[in-house]
Design a protein. Structure first.
Length: 660
């Protein structure tokens, strides 16, 4: 039993009752809310207690009432790592007394006894206060009980805000309710929230057709990638490729001499997960690539694929890490009726799980040692949840700036669990959300708690495995539509290039999402100077993202009504600055679509009766609008989208208007 009267419930952010951490980036305010209430009509005090990453010191800040017993406070993480917070609340007897005293006095009642009661409360408070404050409170108690002082003087003393502050500083610990458990926030660097990815096969980076690319060729490609505004260059596996059961072009189960095989069939006579393919170069050459990329403000992201080819050294040296079939052969990967004979999965139920986990962690640590701090993890949902939780936590203890992207195109609950376990970002269902209603429904789900507290979506219109029907049949405009949606709906997005900017859209066969002549199984030569390339468009899109802060966060997303289902409209607003960006996209890549917007002006910070300017950041066109209803027309053969910066009318000191 307890004498504490305050109840604290529904604290947020809170993931699975505190089992997992919510996510924020350094410098991003953590908004904490909670329900706190008590019996009767007494006044509550509610505080947010927080501890910064790496610190043992707790700090306190008052929470403000929102109404209906809901309270809000905030703090800002200032370091990488895990910070902690909780909520405390108690009945503030002095504030309750002050409120009742004023009401009684205003009603003409005698308050002599109430002043004596207040003096008693202040003396009790003095007994809990530090020496200097205690002396001040003792003097105040004597003044409240002093019969020689006037009623007006005593009321003034009682209503002094200094008394209220001291009351909140020294609550009676026996009556303070503290929310349990203490909750945690995983604090990461800015690129965890805002990043722009470009995927490229190094072996196809050569300037000559049929010649295997090298790390030096990747270096030569850096100005091209930086010119489009990408800040993360993701490389599929760069390790030796197995020869046993090697796949040929278009996933042919029989490879011919000279076929390079799939980079995901990792390991051979030249080494395994801690080696590089000899045709790409050396570890020194890779480290040079990482350094040169940094000079272009690009980070190298490396693929982590915890699987092996049948001739990976692990298979011979550690057969206990794999599942053996009754005939003595090692079990290859299958997803019936599909077979992946060139890939052998690890067996995570092995009795040797501890040595397996340690080795997998050492793979990540090895590449961190080569300068890599971003990892795209292949198919994490086919590996042990417990292993990921342990591995990510162990890595983050030493390197809290590491980023893990989960390539988890899987069931929602599985995808969400991986995010809760510590994955920084996640692939998702965006490639297959093409209609207006499904886009609104899906991004509404992703953009609000509880999902937004633990999952950061990284949006990819295409990948080497995914050439959607929309891209296959929509032509050039379809690529522009999907790029715009990815770059503006999400703070992080990526493309598989050069296939994307060169609008590669031929499937292996009708009904397939596999590319014809996929780079997964053969070298490709790309003509980067083709006049129909989307290179310039991608550059403008990414420059807009860098220059306008609303597009650098997944928060502040608001959908607006349009009277045409082929048009979708949404905005993002940065609360701190009030800057708003409005996006309108024609989802029909074949036909011009027109419609009337019905804007939520309040969410854009606009008054209902004043004109405002919609400045299209893609075309530089400017439109003068007024009120919520405005007309748009988008021709997909020109540019199927608007990205408007909303400029509000401002009256200058010289009495003329301009738009800010």
């Amino acid at each position: 039993m307890t004498r504490m009267r305050v109840i604290i419930e529904n604290v947020s952010p809170c993931v699975d009752n505190g089992r997992f951490r919510a996510k924020r980036v350094i410098g991003e305010p953590v908004i904490v809310e909670a329900d706190a209430f008590t019996d009767g009509h007494d006044v509550l005090a509610c505080t947010l207690q927080f501890r910064q990453p790496g610190s043992a010191d707790w700090h306190s800040t008052a929470m403000a009432p929102l109404g209906n017993d809901r309270w809000r406070g905030e703090f800002t993480p200032v370091a990488l790592g895990n910070c902690a917070f909780t909520v405390t609340a108690w009945v503030d007897h002095i504030d309750t007394w002050r409120l009742a005293l004023r009401k009684k006095h205003d009603a003409g009642q005698n308050v002599d006894v109430d002043l004596l009661h207040g003096a008693k409360l202040v003396r009790e408070l003095a007994g809990r206060a530090a020496a200097g404050d205690a002396r001040e409170l003792e003097q105040l108690a004597r003044s409240l009980a002093d019969a020689k002082r006037s009623l007006g003087e005593k009321l003034t003393l009682a209503e002094d805000e200094a008394l209220r502050a001291l009351s909140r500083r020294y609550p009676n610990p026996e009556f303070v309710t503290r929310h349990d458990p203490v909750l945690e926030i995983q604090v990461e660097r800015q690129r965890a929230r805002f990043s722009t990815w470009y995927e490229m096969f190094p072996r196809s980076a050569s300037g000559k057709s049929g010649v295997h690319g090298t790390f030096a060729d990747c270096e030569a490609r850096l100005p091209y990638i930086a010119g489009m505004g990408f800040d993360v260059l993701y490389l599929p596996p760069i390790h030796p490729i197995g020869k046993q059961a090697r796949k040929g072009p278009n996933n042919n189960p029989k490879a011919s001499a000279g076929d390079p095989g799939s980079p995901w069939a990792i390991g051979g006579a030249e080494g395994g997960h801690k080696s590089v393919h000899p045709d790409l170069g050396t570890l020194a050459g890779f480290r040079r690539l990482v350094k040169r990329a940094a000079g272009h403000n690009i980070e190298i992201a490396l693929d982590i694929a915890f699987q092996c080819s049948p001739d990976h050294p692990y298979v011979k040296e550690h057969p206990e890490w794999f599942l053996m079939r009754p005939d003595g052969s090692v079990q290859f990967a299958e997803n019936p009726p599909k077979k992946y004979e060139d890939i052998v999965p690890f067996h995570f139920e092995t009795d040797a799980w501890q040595s397996l986990w340690s080795e997998l962690r050492s793979v990540v640590e090895f590449w961190i040692g080569q300068g890599v701090k971003i990892f795209r993890v292949d198919n994490p949902h086919t590996k042990s949840f417990a292993m990921w939780e342990w591995l990510i936590a162990e890595v983050m203890k030493q390197w809290p700036d590491v980023i893990f992207l989960a390539e988890a195109f899987t069931r929602p609950k599985v995808m969400y669990r991986l995010a809760k376990l510590g994955f920084t970002q996640s692939y998702n269902y965006f490639p297959w959300r093409n209609g207006k209603h499904e886009l609104i429904t899906y991004f509404t789900e992703l953009g609000q708690p509880p999902v937004s507290d633990f999952l950061r979506a990284n949006l990819w219109p295409n990948t080497p495995d995914i050439l959607t029907e929309y891209l296959q049949f929509g032509g050039r405009a379809a690529f522009m539509v999907r790029a715009t949606l990815a770059a503006t709906l999400g703070a992080s997005y990526g493309i598989y290039g050069p296939a994307f900017e060169l609008t590669e859209n031929t499937p292996r066969e009708p009904g397939s999402e596999e590319y014809l002549d996929s780079e997964k199984y053969q070298l490709r030569h790309w003509d980067l100077q083709r006049p129909d390339s989307l290179r310039d468009f991608m550059g403008r899109l990414n420059r807009i993202r860098r220059e306008h802060t609303p597009l650098q966060s997944d928060s502040g997303l608001r959908f607006h009504a349009v009277d045409n289902d082929a048009l979708i409209a949404y905005s993002k607003t940065t609360a701190a600055t009030g800057e708003s960006v409005l996006i309108v996209v024609n989802l029909d890549p074949h036909h011009t679509q027109t419609g009337w917007l019905s804007l939520d002006l309040a969410s854009l910070g606009l008054p209902p009766d004043q004109p405002f300017q919609a400045h299209d950041l893609l075309s530089s066109a400017r439109f003068l609008w007024e009120g919520p209803h405005n007309y748009v027309a988008l021709d997909p053969q020109r540019t199927p989208c608007h990205i408007f910066r909303i400029r509000r009318r401002v009256r200058s000191e010289r009495d003329f208007d301009y738009f800010l």
